[in-house]
Design a protein around this ligand. Sequence first.
Ligand SMILES: Nc1ncnc2c1ncn2[C@@H]1O[C@H](COP(=O)(O)OP(=O)(O)OP(=O)(O)O)[C@@H](O)[C@H]1O
Length: 255
Amino acid sequence: MSLMSLHNLRVMRDRRAVVNEVSLTMEAGSLTGLIGPNGAGKSTLMQAALGLIPAMGEITLAGHALPDLGREARARQVAYLPQERDIGWPISVELLVSLGRTPHRRGALGPADHTAITAALTEMDLLPFRHRPATDLSGGERARVLIARALAQEAPLLIADEPTAGLDPAHQIGLMETFQRLARAGRGVLVSLHDLSLAARFCDRLIVMQDGRAVADGPPDAVLTAPLLRAVYGIDAHIARDASGLIVTPKGRAT
Ligand SMILES: Nc1ncnc2c1ncn2[C@@H]1O[C@H](COP(=O)(O)OP(=O)(O)OP(=O)(O)O)[C@@H](O)[C@H]1O
């Protein structure tokens, strides 16, 4: 059974289809990158798949039609990292990460909750910050706190919208390694990215969006070709390969 399945998903904004008849499935064990230019519809697709905005089409989570699942059941099935990195209140890093456990508990935090919170803080390199107000951290550190909250949720599917934005190179690579580990442990991860080399190196599947449509879907080697990059992004790119995978370097705008 797939973790998530979208069939003919369509989202209208100002009478324009910004997600247009997209069908896809997310399987356990897959780290899937969602790529495409600004405005292609990546964030809208993610929000619609989670039921956060109105959409037409069918959305299934773990075999259940999305409308049949309550908020908690959805949150046990899928964790979401939005593109916005706002943290509204000066609560501690640890307390904020503990909110990821909300769908799993009725009362006080139990041993499984504490284990998940500590694991998420460790994974995101945040143990030294755990007692600090989350609002006092740098932009990249705050991003890691919100990622840790999503990891603490321990949902079978993680949907992350540009999670590497604002992270330094070491933490970008560390985060993609975390996602890769989660996928290898049997979870599904859908992540939108603008760094094509990161996408190529770590994802086992790439879905390319352009003008609301999914125009390519497959392994990075098959998807990231010079003609596709020219057609979708309007760039000429140098595509090379080393031991770690494809390296995609934009050279300039296509003429
Ligand atoms: N609330 C809204 N009202 C009207 N149009 C919107 C709204 N939100 C998004 N859009 C439009 O929908 C389209 C898709 O936006 P979306 O945020 O999904 O793109 P994206 O692929 O995530 O882009 P980016 O890479 O810049 O984050 C864009 O043209 C955007 O202007």
